[in-house]
Design a protein around this ligand. Structure first.
Ligand SMILES: *Cc1c(COP(=O)(O)O)cnc(C)c1O
Length: 387
């Protein structure tokens, strides 16, 4: 080829960086187009096989690395990334359900998951039914011939009941129904879903894996290649791409995941114990505490606890008073996502959220961050005094 003109040289550089570079961080590979060596390589490339690259959406070394590491943590073999935890839930539903099918969700499921199921019911010809999260083996009676998927969440969002996952998985196995677990609370560390019989483990990486309150991402891990391929088809068809920079941020925080999680756990138990002794609090809904429905299941199946728990205030306090408590906190932000270094506190109108909620009193959820727990306790004590 003749000497390239400047405009072409700007695009087709001859520069190749020296080989032999080594460092701990994963490289951030940005790509829409992925280049093939030649036409034969392009024709034989299979996006489903992660030993080759075909298109940015189907994976880069950066996303493959995060997928592999998440699968390892969870004790699975395959992983897919999605642009949020909710996107991972949607990908799972679109992959495993079709018109005419039935899906079961616990009554305490993450609310947007329930809302998605409602939408699938109204517009996509799928029936979605809610079950009592404490039903355990009773799930068998709810399984119909067209039931294809059972969602589980351990513990459930906001009200924190811990289901009997073994009983649910056993009943599902007998009837050939797949079980998906939202394992976000445990970060894949404190609960081994696959060992209990779960088929798909979903994570909102937005929480502990990111750890920075800055990334939205989700994942689906499996131990079964065929199931992974079904999920992969939905991943590809729905265009579930994730950003290289966000993927890097999660990779960067992964080495400290376990240490952070253990600190969240210890601090949350310390704060929850302190709250339990307070006259303003009627119940502590933390799986490691006996007040929490399903505490026995937590003791049997979990090796630790997350930093997220709820409390019920004595019914004598009005909503205005418990709202004032939350507003008076100085070290706790008011916000939804969690799993980062900063503590959060948020009230929920639980009576309106649950079908059979029998408890009295306002529910307030705490996310215990990485601050010194004694400072958090002092802050809570001051806010209680202002109630
Ligand atoms: C946050 C969360 C999700 C959804 O994650 P996003 O990334 O915010 O979409 C799903 N399940 C649980 C239990 C969560 O806490």
């Amino acid at each position: 080829m003749t000497q390239k003109r400047l405009q072409t040289q700007i695009i087709h550089t001859d520069y190749v960086p020296p080989e032999g570079f080594a460092a701990f961080p994963s490289a951030i590979h940005h790509a829409s187009t992925v280049l093939f060596k030649n036409v034969a390589a392009m024709r034989s490339g299979d996006w489903k096989e992660k030993n080759a690259y075909t298109y940015g959406l189907h994976g880069t070394p950066t996303t493959f690395t995060l997928e592999a590491r998440l699968a390892e943590i969870e004790g699975g073999t395959h992983c897919l990334l999605a642009p949020s935890g909710l996107a991972a839930i949607a990908m799972c539903n679109f992959a495993l359900l079709k018109s005419g099918d039935d899906v079961l969700l616990p009554d305490n499921v993450y609310s947007p998951n329930r809302d998605l199921a409602k939408w699938m019911s109204s517009d996509f010809g799928i029936t979605a039914r809610l079950y009592d999260p404490m039903t355990g083996a009773g799930i068998a009676e709810l399984i119909q011939p067209n039931t294809k998927l059972i969602w589980t969440e351990a513990p459930g969002s906001v009200s924190m009941e811990v289901p009997d996952l073994r009983a649910i998985c056993d009943a599902a196995k007998q009837k050939g129904v797949l079980v998906a677990l939202d394992n976000t609370w445990s970060a894949g560390l404190a609960l081994r879903g696959f060992d209990l019989g779960v088929d798909v483990v979903m994570q909102a990486l937005t929480k502990y894996q990111s750890g920075g309150s800055d990334v939205l991402m989700g994942s689906l891990v499996t131990r079964d290649k065929l199931l992974h391929e079904r999920l992969s088809m939905a991943h590809m068809r729905l265009g579930m791409g994730v950003s290289a920079d966000d993927t890097y941020l999660v990779l960067r925080n992964l080495p400290t995941l376990k240490i952070r999680f253990e600190t969240h756990d210890a601090s949350a138990r310390k704060v929850a114990s302190w709250l339990k002794a307070r006259p303003e609090i009627s119940k502590v809904l933390h799986p490691a505490f006996e007040d929490c429905p399903g505490h026995e299941n937590w003791k049997r199946d979990f090796t630790g606890a997350g930093g997220l728990f709820s409390v019920l205030f004595d019914a004598k306090y009005t909503e205005a008073q418990t709202d004032r408590f939350v507003d008076s906190l100085k070290l706790f932000g008011i916000g939804y996502s969690w799993g980062g270094a900063h503590s959060l506190c948020i009230p929920y109108r639980i009576q309106a959220m649950r079908k059979n909620w029998k408890e009295k009193g306002a529910l307030v959820r705490f996310n215990i961050g990485l601050e010194d727990p004694d400072d958090l306790i002092a802050d809570i004590e001051s806010a209680l005094a202002l109630m």
